[in-house]
Design a protein around this ligand. Sequence first.
Ligand code: PMP
Length: 360
Amino acid sequence: MLQPNASSPYWNPRIASLSPYTPGEQPRIANLIKLNTNELPYPPSPRVVAAIQQELGEPLRRYPDPEAKALREVLARRYRVDPSWVFVGNGSDEVLAFAFQGLLGHSGPVRFPEITYSFYPVYCGLYALPFETTPLDEDFTLDCAALRAAGRGGVVFPNPNAPTGIALPLAEVERIVAAHQGKAVVLVDEAYVDFGSESAVPLTHRYDNLLVVQTFSKSRALAGLRVGFAIGQPPLIEALTRIKDSFNSYPLDRLAQAGAIAALEDEAYFEQTRQAVIAERERLATALAAMGFVVLPSKANFLFARHPSIGGAALAQSLRARAILVRHFAKPERIAPFVRITVGAPEQNDALLAALRAIG
Ligand code: PMP
């Protein structure tokens, strides 16, 4: 394998600045407590497993529905829009990639927060899109005025933000969307919305420049199936569809389509698991604060927390030595003292707290 910083004279120079995904975040170690990539600690609904089993065998001989019609119809019912307002892709990462290519940064720099989901600048690098970042306040809330400021390149931000977990109220999101209406697209990345923040989906009826992106990877426990979706008015959805059709007309395989439909049909299981995560998040936040941690107020399935005396890198390292993985970000410098802890099942969170007490 090439070294991370290696290059080749045959490459497009844009490739050289990209770094491969760190396989260290997905290690194959038994009995690991994995609190580093914001997966749900519970399995997917049993209905998902049954639906996928039905597809195994003879149906795999046939191509999947390129339009994912059945899935889009179920999503449309769930989110009270027409199916023509729904786009589905291979995880929200793919949906975001198509949105960057088709809807952002073509008439000016794309704007996003300085501390946010790390893929945004990667997409800009990959598709040669200019971008500018907006600051965060002292308390790590987004600078809404900066996100509202005039510009034609569009805006993207997660709500709740990652890796802080802090959510903006819907009224603030609306003001940002309204400020850009008629000028540029505002993309709200709602990967973590089901853990207690307000969704901007209802605003799509009033704003033709709003695209909301969500995923089945977190609250639906289906990171392994790779299903994400976008909701917005038909011209925005059409842009994504054109890119998809020019790239791979079959983005979602048969198993993913069947599994995602079944997940949406088991609302009781969804409610039960997401409520369990929310309750555990609050318990963990209280316990960490009692130990002297600074814990940012999270509406996601993770906590961003700073140990009173041990740095973020050292803490992540000590936990790793005890077979507990959390995520540390070295940059930007302001977040280097923190670690991001995915909320696990109660016994995992107990093990984390015990390990932290042992570390001191
Ligand atoms: N957006 C944000 C803010 C995320 O944290 C993630 C998960 N890493 C994604 C999008 C992508 O998730 P997925 O591709 O699994 O849907």
